[in-house]
Every structure is written in C-alpha cells, then in structure tokens.
Write a protein that binds this ligand. Structure first.
Ligand code: GH3
Ligand code: MG
Ligand code: MG
Ligand code: MG
Length: 298
C-alpha cells in the first residue's frame, strides 16, 4: 500500500490531511515536526511521499526535504502558507517534487499527490527496465555468462587496476575440443546444451572476484584478478575436472559422451597492450590443442 507521511505543526491541518488522504486509500501517518518525521522514517522505513510544512519549531521543512532526499528514495511535496517567501524553483532545487501553497483545497492536494505518485511509478519502472537492458547488454543469452563485449570493457578496468595497485592478473582462454564433430554427430541443439553446461561448470569453478565470458562460439575466457599463473592453474584444473565428471546424453545415444576442453593461461605483463595479452593466452591454448587436447598450457 502507498505510504504517505504528513508533517505539519498545525494540529488542525495535520488531522484533516490525515483523514482526507487516508479516505482516498493511502496509508497515512501525520507527525508535528521534522525531527519526529526523521524518527518515524528511521523506525518505520521509507515512505513513498512525505508532505511537509516549511515553518516549524526546530528543523524546517526545507532541511527535512534535503535530508530525506539524501537518505531515502522518497518523494517530498512541500506545503507552505508563505507564498511570497518560497517558490516552486526553490522547492525543486531543494529536492522536492512539488509545492502546494496554503490554503489549498483538498481536491488540489490529492491531484498533486496522485501526479507525484504517477511520476514515481514511471521512474521506478524505467529504472527496472534500464537495469534489465543493462544486464541484457552484457550477458550471453545461451550460457548466462558475460558476453565478449563485456570482456573487453572489464579487461580494460582490470588492467588499470593492475597498473594502479601492481597486483597480478591472469587470463584463461578455453576452447572445447572437437566441438564441430559433436555438432555434426548430434545436432546443433545438443551442442547448445553442452555450451550451457560448460557455462555452469565454469561459473561453479570460480572465486568471487573472477569473471567468466563466452568469448566466441565454443570459446570462453576467465579473468582472474589478484591471481598468478600458479593459482590460475588450479582454477583451470577445477574446470577440466568438472567437465570430465559431466556425462552428456545426446538424443539416441545409449552411452554417455564426454567432452574435453583445451585451456591456455597467461599473466598480464606491465604496459603490454591488450591484444598481445589475449594473443598469448590464445597461443597457450593452441599449444594445448597441438599437444593432444584436454590439456592446460601456461
Ligand atoms: P578443436 O578441437 O580444434 O577446437 O575443434 P573444433 O571442432 O572445436 O573447432 P572448430 O573451430 O573447427 O569448430 C568450432 C565449432 O563450434 C563450429 C561450430 O559449429 C560450433 N559452434 C560455434 N558456436 C556454436 C553455438 O552457438 N552452438 C553450437 N551448437 N555450436 C557452435
Ligand atoms: Mg507551520
Ligand atoms: Mg574454436
Ligand atoms: Mg574447439
């Protein structure tokens, strides 16, 4: 239910507002000072909208507005009898969503409140939508790992960190073995299932700081900040073991099929460019292929 807090030192206004706004279906609480309002917010959690008087004993409604806007996701409507002293511009500048000049008809107060609530809902919907889009733009749909676009942006940040703090940074590059054959024998959909499982296996093998990416078709990368090759090797082995213990049963195959992956590991070298760094991981991975696949090369 929508929660409204009324702040006014005039008890007649307070109780009339509380009654009228409640009657219109909003959960309404009224308090008589900014201090009480802040206590109420602290104890009972944020409100959707606070409607506050300006001139009150103690903290003013404008200060209260600034405090609320800095602390909570709550809209504020300012209500004042001093129409010459305060303006719409000032109210907005202080963080309010609207200003009402007293005396005001309840119909007008309610209309303004509803408009603020409508805008509030739109803003919230827009934020949810933006977060979803943001997530979509960095996620690989099939594996739920990050996509390659995000790999490059994250890599740049990690390399900055490397130079700022002089902490090691390792990179794994993984390529599934004979994956074309798997697709050819069992179909593309079965191949997709392998990629999905592979995504989950990689994720389950990582530590909190590590991040995994679908780099290309059946190729993956893992960024391991604060990690030297020696420790990166442990992560790579964990991935290989995870995959080795995974049985695949493509349709019409009575026997399980096993999948292997070739991995290259490398550590970032001061000042080198990103392409060189990735190429070195790629070359290490290629050595794993040449040496018979299902290998790790550092
Ligand atoms: P290697 O051991 O040398 O890596 O052999 P490979 O067959 O894995 O290598 P190659 O690069 O020749 O083949 C990669 C295959 O990955 C070809 C392509 O059909 C398959 N592939 C790429 N993206 C996808 C995808 O999204 N889904 C499926 N099912 N297959 C994909
Ligand atoms: Mg007052
Ligand atoms: Mg490949
Ligand atoms: Mg391959």
């Amino acid at each position: 239910m929508t929660r409204i807090l009324v702040v006014d030192d005039d008890s007649a206004i307070r109780s009339a507002m509380e009654t009228y706004i409640s009657l219109n279906g909003f959960h309404t609480v009224a308090v008589s000072s900014a201090e009480e309002a802040m206590d109420h917010l602290r104890q009972c959690g944020p409100m959707d909208v606070v409607i506050t008087d300006i001139m009150m004993e103690g903290m003013s409604g404008l200060e209260l507005t600034e405090h609320i806007r800095a602390t909570y996701d709550t809209d504020v409507i300012i209500m004042t009898g001093y129409s010459a002293e305060y303006s719409y511009e000032e109210a907005i500048r202080r963080g309010a969503s609207d200003i009402i000049f007293k005396p005001a008809r309840f119909e007008e107060i309610l209309l303004r409140l509803k408009r603020v609530l409508r805008e509030r809902k739109l803003t919230q919907e827009r934020e949810v939508m933006l977060a979803k889009l943001q997530e979509l733009s960095i996620t690989d749909e099939l594996t739920r790992l990050f996509n390659s676009r995000h790999f490059y942006s994250r890599l740049e940040k990690e390399v900055e960190r490397f130079h700022r703090y002089q902490r090691p940074l390792s990179l794994l590059l993984l390529d599934i073995d004979y994956f074309k054959d798997y697709n050819d024998s069992h179909g593309h959909l079965e191949g997709d299932r392998v990629l999905m499982r592979m995504g989950a296996i990689i994720k389950n093998s990582l530590r909190i700081m590590d991040s995994a990416y679908r780099y290309g078709g059946e190729e993956f990368t893992v960024l391991l900040p604060e990690t030297e090759v020696k420790e990166a090797l442990v992560v790579a082995q964990r991935i290989q073991e995870g995959l080795a213990s995974e049985k695949f049963f493509p349709a019409s195959m009575p026997q399980p099929v096993y999948i292997t992956v070739s991995i290259g590991i490398t550590e970032y070298i001061t000042e080198e460019n990103l392409v060189t760094f990735i190429q070195r991981a790629d070359m290490a991975m290629y050595c794993s292929k040449k040496n018979g696949r299902n290998q790790i090369t550092t």
